[in-house]
Design a binder for this molecule. Structure first.
Ligand code: GDP
Length: 197
């Protein structure tokens, strides 16, 4: 079932100012340019709900959207800008850390990775960090329409094999494309039952 209603709620750079944790919440994060804004727009069926990401130096914000008056979709800042210096990286880490530790309603984090790029240390470290905090996450493969089925399967196998070096079980993977809307029903079908648990 498609999303009926998607509304911007609030943007902020202070986790303490996020909305009250009164609805289930799902956060989306990944390296800049991974396709996060495009995925959020695809999931919600809105062409420009999430703005395509800012450039280095742009204020990094936590954006809350309310979906179907039922759950929060959270667009977290993109990480891994090559050009960003230590001070910016530390600010980003503090913002994400503050967010992750202050949301009791956060049910799952969607970690986006570009299906065409080899597993990156920054993403793997982020997943390890989530695991250490006991926060549930899934992996979203983006831009998959760019790969043949064979290459996509090889990329998935490779990613899972690397994760299995650290984890006992591979996390759930979603295969998506913002161009073809592949994965939309899978992701919404994953979220909705969690909302009513
Ligand atoms: P963000 O920085 O993670 O928010 O990424 P954007 O959503 O702004 O996308 C970054 C670039 O990747 C843009 O040029 C998008 O058009 C492109 N892109 C995003 N999703 C897809 C996809 O599913 N397929 C393809 N081929 N390109 C995509």
């Amino acid at each position: 079932m498609p999303v009926k209603q998607a509304e911007f709620f609030v943007s902020n750079s202070d986790p303490a100012k996020c909305p009250p944790p009164d609805r289930p919440e799902y956060a989306f994060i990944g390296r800049s340019n991974v396709g996060k804004s495009s995925l959020i727009n695809m999931l919600t069926g809105r062409s420009s709900l999430a703005k395509t990401s800012g450039k280095p130096g742009k204020t990094q914000l936590i954006n809350h959207f309310i979906i179907d008056n039922e759950w929060y979709l959270v667009d977290l800042p993109g990480y891994g800008y090559a050009q960003v210096g230590k001070a910016e990286r530390e600010k980003f880490a503090a913002l994400i850390d503050g967010y992750l530790t202050s949301r009791p309603n956060l049910l799952c984090i969607f970690v986006l990775v570009d299906s065409r790029i080899d597993p990156q240390r920054i993403d793997l470290d982020f997943m390890t960090n989530l695991g250490e905090r006991g926060l549930p996450f899934v992996v979203v493969f983006t831009k998959t329409e760019k790969l043949s089925q064979v290459k996509l399967q090889a990329a998935l196998d490779r990613y899972k094999a690397i994760l299995l070096e650290t984890w006992e079980e591979a996390p759930t993977f979603f295969v998506t494309s913002a161009v073809t809307a592949l994965g939309r029903e899978d992701i919404l079908g994953f979220i909705r039952p969690l909302n009513v648990e």
